[in-house]
Design a protein around this ligand. Structure first.
Ligand code: M6R
Length: 612
């Protein structure tokens, strides 16, 4: 949610900032801007509504020569996306200029105070108020660092912030509270970024700022402190992915690339974690809290969006395999409804980015109440990964497409492994059944690949339905959350209204929507509810709905009830949501591209939602 980049070193900052913003654009893309301390030690800035490439075309880069600078790509929170509200923001005297992610919650109080001091605003943003506050303190202290520190101590809310000062043009000051920020550190330069994708092409050596910390960066190095002015020393860490993983690699979109990576990403999730001879799964990251989990009376799962759908599937998996009661909550609701949390509860927190503000708050709520917390996270070193008591990385690799695809299936695979591990430890499943799941997992990558190889089939169906105005997605059991996820994918990238329901729930309301214009996607694996699903299909058919079924290759009944059938390889029940998600992702992708939508940057969305 908004991207921040910054550079200080010996190179010309301009192109580094523009390239960094392009890599961060998946985090927000309604406007962008940069600011540089030029060779005459003056601050120059440019910002406008639109994509980074449009900003790049509009800038006269010859005016932007200098080797210290900051940049921003925005996802609007306060104030509509326009040129004035774009970042960076100068204070009224044009002494301090800042880029900011997050929300200054007490901006109205601060604004009132500052207007009493004669400060005025040009924009509608909370960020400009922070810039004015910094300059208010600069006027008093004549010290940039002190001015930033004083201001941050007055602020309520969240920030990742990078600041330049015309009167102290040799430095950048950055700070973080609730909005991620990291430094890429090498001998001659420092890159600032809100995530590693803008750093990896410069260095793998990074240092994450923690909440309440600030750093003063000069060409000689950096000093890390708390905003209360205490010195901090922290080890540099190494990023664990390669540049090629965040590039499109010949695919038209990141989303398509990431859908097509799932044969590999699934293997990366389970690699080294299953003994295929015995069916025993082991996740080393969970070992420290195994005792707690095994003694827990219940597991709570909390997450947002796609990760919440994975959590719902996890409820079915954990209850069925390990026989532990599970409750699943939207993180945003969990946090604010004063939940009952017992010290012997174990709370699973699922997040691709590891930075989602609602999920992070839910995690902190659980910890404050004494529960044991377990992360199921993709982004290595992210805030959630660092704050949980224990956890497992899903190893999906960087996910750049705003619509989550491979992270979802890898979250499902992680939850399968956790369910197997707990089932074995609790003696809730015999070794024959565990071995059967393990055998099927081993075959999954090949099965996924067969679907990827014949993706053109899904394209044909997408052409047929690209003009639909609504869609229903129905599934049962493990495939009810898959139906929710299929509907979310379509909504997010094609802007077609879509709803997911448990198939049997349809007759309790949604059936009123069915007519000849309503496509209904049925997820229909041959499991114990198959006959019921066929009845539900007939109910839709009787009302002239158009049926798209997702069914096993050897299902010779389904075609007679369906207008279209998307065939998937046969697998066991627990793995069907993974298998069925692949055609659902392709369906959404091809419908969206047939409608001419920008699937990697869908309107109003951002990859990582770091505001509540
Ligand atoms: O990074 P997280 O997994 O915590 O993100 C949660 C949701 O914001 C995310 O899954 C969102 O719903 C995606 N746009 C889904 O495609």
């Amino acid at each position: 949610m908004c991207g921040i980049v910054g550079y200080i070193g010996k190179k010309n900052a301009y192109q580094i900032l523009i390239d960094g913003l392009k890599r961060l654009e998946y985090r927000g893309y309604d406007s962008a801007g940069i600011s540089i301390i030029n060779n005459n030690s003056k601050i120059v800035a440019f910002k406008q509504k639109g994509k980074v490439s449009e900003v790049e075309s509009a800038i006269d880069s010859s005016e932007f020569t200098g080797n210290i600078g900051i940049g921003h790509t925005r996802w609007a929170t306060h104030g509509e996306p326009n040129d004035v509200n774009a970042h960076p923001h100068f204070d009224m005297d044009e002494n301090i200029i800042i880029v900011h992610n997050g929300i200054i919650e007490n901006y109205k109080t601060l604004q009132k105070f500052l207007s009493g001091e004669g400060f005025t605003n040009r924009s509608e943003t909370d960020t400009e108020i922070l810039a004015n506050l910094m300059n208010y303190y600069y006027r008093q202290t004549k010290n940039f660092e002190q001015a930033v520190r004083n201001s941050l101590n007055d602020v309520e809310g969240t920030y990742g912030v990078a600041c330049l000062c015309a009167k102290e043009p040799d430095r950048i000051i950055v700070a973080r509270k609730g909005s991620p920020l990291m430094l890429g550190v090498s001998m001659e330069e420092i890159i600032i970024a809100s995530d590693a994708s803008a750093i990896i092409n410069h260095t793998k050596n990074v240092m994450y700022l923690e909440d309440g910390e600030m750093a003063v960066l000069t060409k000689q190095g950096f000093q890390l402190k708390t905003i209360k002015d205490e010195d901090i020393y922290r080890e540099i860490q190494e990023l664990d992915f390669e540049l090629s993983e965040i590039e499109k690699g010949g695919f038209e979109h990141f989303m398509l690339k990431e859908i097509c990576e799932q044969s590999d990403s699934i293997q990366n999730t389970y690699r080294g974690r299953i003994n295929f001879d015995t069916g025993v799964a082991r996740l080393g990251g969970l070992e420290p809290v195994m005792e707690k989990i095994l003694n827990a009376k219940r597991i709570l799962i909390t997450a947002c969006g796609t990760a919440w759908h994975a959590g719902l599937t996890g409820e079915y998996m954990l209850e069925s395999c390990a026989r532990i009661p599970v409750e699943v909550d939207y993180a945003s609701e969990f946090r604010y409804r004063n939940p009952i949390i017992y010290p012997d509860d174990v709370v699973f927190v699922i997040s691709q980015s590891g930075e989602t503000a609602d999920t992070l708050s839910a995690l902190r709520e659980a910890k404050n109440n004494g529960a044991t917390t377990v992360g199921i996270v993709n982004a290595v070193g992210s805030t959630i990964a660092r704050e949980v008591d224990a956890g497992t990385y899903i190893h999906a690799g960087p996910e750049i497409g705003v619509a989550s695809t491979k992270a979802f299936t890898c979250q499902l695979m992680s939850l399968t492994l956790i369910s197997m591990m707990l089932a074995e430890a609790k003696g809730a499943m015999d070794s024959e059944n565990l071995k059967r799941i393990a055998d099927e997992i081993k075959m999954l990558p090949e099965k996924i690949q067969t679907m990827i190889d014949r993706r053109e089939e899904y394209k044909f169906i997408a052409e047929e339905f690209k003009d639909a105005r609504n869609f229903l997605y129905l599934g049962r059991g493990y495939n009810f959350p898959a139906a929710l996820e299929g509907a979310l994918k379509l909504k997010e990238i094609s802007y077609i209204h879509a709803e997911g329901y448990p198939a049997a729930e349809m007759k309790h309301g949604p059936i009123a929507l069915i007519d000849e214009n309503m496509p209904v996607v049925f997820i229909a694996p041959k499991d114990k509810t198959y006959d019921k699903i066929i009845s539900n299909i007939e109910e839709v058919k009787a009302r002239k709905g158009r049926i798209i079924s997702i069914a096993f290759e050897d299902d010779d009944q389904i075609a007679q009830y369906s207008d279209f059938v998307l065939r998937v390889p046969k697998t066991i029940n627990i793995l069907t949501p993974i298998i069925n998600s692949i055609p659902l992702q392709f369906l959404a992708y091809y419908i969206a591209t047939a409608r001419g939508c920008n699937v990697d940057q869908p309107r109003n969305l951002a990859k990582s939602v770091t505001v509540e």
